[in-house]
Design a protein around this ligand. Sequence first.
Ligand SMILES: Nc1nc2c(ncn2[C@@H]2O[C@H](COP(=O)(O)OP(=O)(O)OP(=O)(O)O)[C@@H](O)[C@H]2O)c(=O)[nH]1
Ligand SMILES: [Mg+2]
Length: 625
Amino acid sequence: MIIGTAGHIDHGKTALVKAITGVDTDRLPEEKARGITIDIGFAHTQMEGTEVSFIDVPGHERFIKNMLAGIGGIDLLMLVVAADESVMPQTREHFDICRLLQIPSGVIVITKRDLVDPESLDVVREEISGLVKGSFLESAPVFSVSSKTGDGIPELKSGLARAFRDVRQRQTSGVLRLPIDRVFVLKGQGTVVTGTLISGVVQKESPAEILPSHRKVKIRSVHAHNHSVDKAVAGQRTALNLQGVEKADIRRGDVLTEPDFFEPTSLLDVRITLLQNSKPLLHNSAIRFHHLTNDVPARLTLLETGVLSTGESTFAQLRLQRPVFAINGDRFILRKHSPLVTIGGGIILDHMPSGRARRGEAQTLQRLQQLEQAAPEQRFAIAVESRGFQGAGESFLKAKLALHPLEIRNLKSDEVVFLRPNPVLAISRKSELEMIQHMENTVTLFHNQNPLLPGIPKEELRTRLRHEVLPEVFSAVLERACSADRLQAEKDTVSLFGRTVSLNQEQESLAALVEDFFLRVGLGSPGMDSVAKEIRKDAGSVRKMLFLLVRQGKLVKVADDYFVHHTNWEELKQRIRSLKPKQTTLSVPDFKALFGLSRKYAIPLLEQLDREGITRRSGNERIIS
Ligand SMILES: Nc1nc2c(ncn2[C@@H]2O[C@H](COP(=O)(O)OP(=O)(O)OP(=O)(O)O)[C@@H](O)[C@H]2O)c(=O)[nH]1
Ligand SMILES: [Mg+2]
């Protein structure tokens, strides 16, 4: 359970945390000297058997940046208002920030009760209820206390304990994310980082990665709520002792996460909302983007309008000066440089947009509308579809959906086809259908242009598709097209399903002529070009026909330019076999004499007999099998 303070400067936030926990969270000498909080402070305690951490934030308007680094991860807010001053500018600003970040719940604490009379206290109550009307704090309990005398503190403590019974449990199944808020060196131990673990689990001895620097580290030890533990889970204040990194290599705003999972980006597609008291915001304005413990200068592309009016909301794209690591669904705050004020905030819809967006692009707006309402399955479908013919692989999907591979495999969508379960490879049903259609068209065209060939070579089909298709995606889709009886693939050749080579009349007569020729010449046939001359047909057609007849099994290809009719070849084999058992070996001269052939024919024929296992070579002789 993490409780955070918020409120105007000097309203008694730090004194209140001390009154509850006994811990003074102002640590810096400068804080002590000036009597104000500059940076966030932490206190850990037990309340009714629950570990509770307090994050105390500065109220000074110049330190809102630090306040924002602390407030993001809290479960429960204590909105602090001093009885003697009531609602002040940073009371409003802090409260606006908490609303924009959608802090889930909270209580209201009126401090310095000892300084006012009951009537003034009632006026303060009135002002506060006006402030929180219509917000998540509308029906929050209100406590009035004095940190000086201790009045009201016990009631507040039991009120807090009641309040956090209703607070949501955080998800521990998500991907590990620890936004870092402090880095320091612990003598004898090395680099330590702290933060509120916003999702997942962090385990002792496990590897991790710091983003955006991509620095790989090992987690030497884990502290949760100030105790040494084997692992910390989402929702805990966590300190990690890291191996493999110097203090100077890490800064507040970095995030510790699982290794090789994410790629930081400088473009974010978002929905932003402007505060009620903020001035209209112009397209391309320079703003500061505050996200978790990080803040980065940015420019804003408004996607629906040129000017965003006060209190209104719109789709936008943030162009950040430095890459950050953010995830869909994260909330953020936008501030302006001069004057330095909070102007609004929003939610990230796509942390990996494919590129710069322009105002009014229908496709972009439609995608963002879908993403805004999307359940994980739809988000999955949209991500896969965005990849088109390329398909979506595991590393892309992990980073895009912020899910572990196991969770991705369990997603079900009618719009997505899993081409491979592990590592995941998916394609949208739409792209698959389109790709199969392309394949069919290409194969049909090939058949028309090459009627005597059985089909198109696979690799040629892949490279002829209109878009670049990865071999693994292509093979998987082809396989599915074959099981669906749309295409057929044999070895390296793809043809339309059910297709056999069919000849027209002219080709039929050529086939007969060629076959007849080879039957007649027996074993001593001439080369292809001579065959063409003999039967007076053009060499090109004869050549193609020869190969077709070989594929059909009517001719045997004995050597490169040497063919024998199947019938003659079978006869030859029969004669060799029948030599046994009288004769068991065969020399080249024997073979030449037996068939009346020259060496030119005898050698390739014998080699073909060897290949078919009729004979076996042994020195200068052949053994008849
Ligand atoms: N009389 C009285 N004084 C209080 C009470 N609470 C705080 N103070 C005093 O108010 C001053 C400011 O208190 P802090 O707790 O430092 O105020 P803060 O809200 O933490 O201020 P920042 O962190 O700078 O925003 C200190 O001098 C406190 O002693 C209270 O309940 N009664
Ligand atoms: Mg303070």
